[in-house]
Design a protein around this ligand. Structure first.
Ligand code: NDP
Length: 487
């Protein structure tokens, strides 16, 4: 680096001749107002924090590579999947959900699993969790639900009363609650857990044929969880445990990997699926919809700067690419709107020009100006379309096939109405068929410990309401929790 480049300067480039001593009237002050270097330092410092994410505030991320290992080109025309061996750069951000930016990594919470694929056809964001389902199925409930995971308005404390009140009033939450209360609610860092796109998406092939799809990332490191005791002691020993674990593994060349697999459902199969295939509180059983291998994601590069590349990273389920589409999943529909909205608030209207979010390939449209437009703003290119001066055009080959709707009557349909009210079969399959004896015991103990925190005049009715849901999952589960609570 030349001497010029090493010179300390103000933000406007004026060389400093002194960095530490403020201009003062005499050696003991007072200070002179004209010391702009002091103002600039203080003023910028005062503005260092941007709004933290309302959810998923505490996070860690790394760059890496996604490589296609199996041919799924019969299902999707996405260029990324056109042949085995194709690859692209990715950014994967992990997070907890309810905690603030400085909260502990080992809280019992779902974990965010958000992947940005930088593809030639645009950035594709698959913004999921480490669980295949979610607590609610209508986005209108999201802010209420999240409020119960944050701090109680008066005490400013986390409140098991709020949490279990909400869950017991929304039996559709049972499936996710069961997973949260199992050992998977406290994963051992981010490397030893699976990721799920969770929503139903779609794929469209070269013939314009659509199938419904779910995405699964299976950890190559193997599942590893912490017991409730290990997780709670780690909150004190190293609140940044998961960040440290991920950062150090990559720094030492022990690159974590996940195998991407998909489940595929035809439009005809969707018509006869026993549940709503677009309901985010449900999975598609593997026996009926087996996992199909797609590719491997490896994380191999730590971000150079946390704020620039992790805090400013912005993922949105709205960001899909040609060959991949949405589905009628109501939660997905809500997120298509709310994620870009959150980023515009948090990072500004031009958040997609921030380098970590910018598509490294082709971007061309007539969006212009706005706060912090720092990419040249398309120079002297016309800012309207169509025009007589450039050859910008839309290409019909990217058209998505039309899709049929179940119903054309707009109404506020009961999300848990007839046909949508089985909240119990899948949690039962999890509790009775998938969990080991040890896992069942841990789940019962974790539920009991959490429900023991319910307080106040509604305590008994909240507990009874939740026990009645557990009883419909499994009488054994309800009896064991009830015994635990009265012990
Ligand atoms: P399978 O036996 O084919 O699959 C069970 C799945 O459960 C495996 O993917 C396994 O993941 C995962 N699993 C194991 N232990 C737990 C746990 N404590 N918490 C959450 N997931 C766990 O069964 P089905 O496909 O018929 O599903 C049965 C139940 O399994 C579902 O109701 C659901 O609760 C759960 N499940 C199903 C998934 C799916 O997409 N079908 C995905 C995840 C969970 P792993 O690969 O790590 O062994």
């Amino acid at each position: 680096m030349s001497d010029d480049k090493k010179r300390l300067t103000t933000s406007s480039g004026r060389p400093y001749y002194d960095h530490s001593d403020t201009l003062s009237a005499g050696p003991r002050g007072p200070l002179l107002l004209q010391d702009y270097i002091l103002h600039e330092k203080m003023a910028h410092f005062n503005r260092e924090r941007i709004p933290e994410r309302v959810v998923h505030a505490k996070g860690s991320a790394a760059f890496g590579t996604f490589t296609v290992t199996h041919n799924i080109s019969s299902l999707t025309r996405a260029k990324l999947f056109s042949k085995v061996g194709n690859s692209c750069r990715v950014l994967l951000r992990f997070s907890t959900v309810g905690g603030e930016r400085g909260s502990a990594d080992t809280e019992r919470d779902p974990r965010g699993f958000a992947v940005k694929f930088y593809t030639e056809d645009g950035n594709w964001d698959l913004v999921g969790n480490n669980t295949p389902v979610f607590f609610i199925k209508d986005p209108k409930l999201f802010s209420d639900f999240i409020h119960t995971q944050k701090r109680e308005p008066r005490s400013h404390l986390k409140s098991p009363t709020m949490m279990w009140d909400f869950w017991s009033l929304h039996p559709e939450s049972l499936h996710q609650v069961m997973i949260l209360m199992s050992s998977r609610g406290t994963p051992d860092g981010y490397r030893h857990m699976n990721g799920y796109g969770s929503h139903t998406f779609s794929m469209v092939n070269a013939d314009g044929k659509r199938v419904w799809v779910k995405f699964h990332f299976k950890t190559a490191q193997g599942i590893r969880n912490m017991s409730a005791t290990e997780a709670s002691s780690m909150r004190g020993v190293d609140p940044d445990y998961a960040q440290r674990d991920l950062y150090e593994a990559i720094a030492w060349g022990d690159y974590p990997r996940w195998h991407l697999k998909i489940q595929v459902m035809t439009e005809e199969q969707a018509q006869v699926f026993p549940w709503n295939p677009f309901d985010l509180t449900k999975i598609w059983p593997h026996a009926d919809y087996p996992l199909i291998d797609v590719g491997t994601l490896e994380l191999n590069e730590n971000p150079m700067n946390y704020f620039a590349e992790v805090e400013q990273s912005a993922f949105a389920p709205a960001h899909i690419i040609d060959g991949i589409g949405f589905s009628p999943d109501k939660m997905l529909q809500g997120r298509i709107l709310s994620y870009p909205d959150a980023h515009r608030y948090r990072l500004g209207a031009n958040y997609e020009q921030i380098p970590v979010n910018r598509c490294p390939f082709h971007v061309n449209n007539t969006q212009r100006d706005g706060a912090m437009r720092v990419d040249g703003n398309h120079g002297d290119q016309p800012n309207y379309y169509p025009n007589s001066f450039d050859s910008l055009h839309a290409e019909s080959r990217y058209a998505e096939p039309a899709f049929e709707l179940d119903s054309i009557t707009a109404d506020r349909y009961d999300r848990n109405g007839p046909g949508d009210d089985d909240h119990y079969s899948q949690p039962r399959a999890l509790f009775e068929n998938v969990m080991s004896d040890d896992e069942r015991t841990a789940t019962v103990e974790n539920i009991t410990a959490s429900m023991s925190g319910i307080q106040g005049p509604q305590r008994d009715s909240i507990i009874q309401r939740q026990l009645s849901h557990f009883r419909k999952v499994s009488p054994t589960l309800a009896d064991r929790v009830q015994r635990g609570l009265s012990a």
